[in-house]
Design a binder for this molecule. Structure first.
Ligand code: PBG
Length: 323
């Protein structure tokens, strides 16, 4: 049937009709809220991410309670250690900031899933995601450090671990380390297709993790590639990933959609810092309607095929979405 018998606008006539035929619906249960945690007390707004704060580990309890009450099912933790060194050793200390944070959330008997980011760039003085050898990332030596980090996170009580360094073999090394230490029940959320993106700019400001020289292009993916993303995803699944991730989200919706078609593992998408700050800046300038833009962007990420979305907007979404 074609026009004039068929009229597509019939089903757009009223809010009720539009609701009945709506194909994608966000739920607060789709979201993961990232937290930046430093040792000690207090709260500091991140200049390039208005409305997002770094939090002191000793003041975490209230925030966790609030997130749980809003119906958000999970948090993702990033640590901002007091000291950085060449191998990121604060990342695997028993009393490291992340280990403390996980312990305190667990002591609170929170029902939130606690996801630990598993990377060294926030912990190394050079800002790269692993150990360096002659100015280059030493892949296999980095795997040994990551294995130590994951065991310390598991001991602290992490529910999920999320390796984000794009180090070859990291999922396998982490799976082996977890299994060897009796943590075969902890799933891995692998940042499988993580691109070398300009959209991480504000995060590096938040985490003080910008590389001190060079860039991450020898380990993170080249933005023009999508078939390579599918290979990376397959490799991570073969190595034991339970959830795969595409990151960033907005400029990579085609990657999410392709991943959705070609794999049956749960897919996470990371609505990264630059995607957040871009909307905030445009809204402040009066160029965009803020709430509508946020909803449109997040819905698009789910429509593309993401099962879960890591977003700085999670708390705000809780206020507009039904549970
Ligand atoms: C690395 C890591 C990064 C992000 C999450 N994990 C930054 C990077 O690779 O430089 C970026 C998240 C964001 O931009 O919101 N540990």
């Amino acid at each position: 049937m074609i026009f004039p018998e068929y009229r597509a606008r019939r089903l757009r006539k009223t809010p009720a009709l539009r609701s009945l035929v709506q194909e994608t619906r966000l739920s607060i249960r789709d979201f993961i809220y990232p937290l930046f945690i430093f040792p000690g007390k207090g709260k500091q707004e991140i200049p390039s991410m208005p409305g997002v704060y770094r939090l002191g580990v000793e003041d975490l309890a209230g925030e966790i309670k609030e997130i749980e009450k809003l119906g958000i099912p999970a948090v993702m933790l990033f640590g901002l250690p007091k000291f950085k060194d060449a191998v990121g050793s604060e990342a695997y200390k028993e009393k490291g900031v992340i280990q403390q944070a996980v312990r305190s959330i667990k002591a609170q008997k929170s029902s939130l899933a606690v996801i630990c980011d598993l990377c060294l760039c926030e912990y190394t003085d050079h800002g790269h995601c692993g150990k360096l050898e002659n100015g280059e990332l030493d892949n296999d030596a980095t795997l040994e450090i990551l294995a130590e980090v994951v065991v310390s996170q598991a001991r602290a009580g992490a529910d999920l671990v999320a390796p984000s360094g794009m180090i070859d073999g990291q999922v396998q090394a982490i799976r082996e380390a977890l299994d060897e230490h009796g943590f075969e029940g902890i799933p891995i959320m692998a940042y499988s297709a993580k691109y070398a993106s300009a959209f991480y700019g504000p995060f590096r400001d938040a985490a003080q993790s910008a590389p001190q020289f060079g860039d991450r292009k020898s380990y993170q993916m080249n933005p023009p590639n999508v078939r390579e993303a599918l290979r990376e995803i397959q490799l991570d699944i073969d190595e034991g990933a339970d959830i795969v991730m595409v990151k960033p989200a907005l400029a990579y919706l085609d990657v999410i959609a392709r991943a959705r078609m070609e794999c049956n593992h749960p897919i996470a998408a990371y609505n990264v810092s630059g995607e957040y700050s871009m909307i905030e800046a445009a809204a402040r300038a009066g160029f965009l309607e803020r709430e509508r833009t946020i909803m449109e962007v997040l819905t698009a990420i789910k429509r593309a095929g993401a099962d879960m979305i890591i977003s700085y907007y999670a708390k705000e979404m809780a206020k507009v979405l039904e549970k």
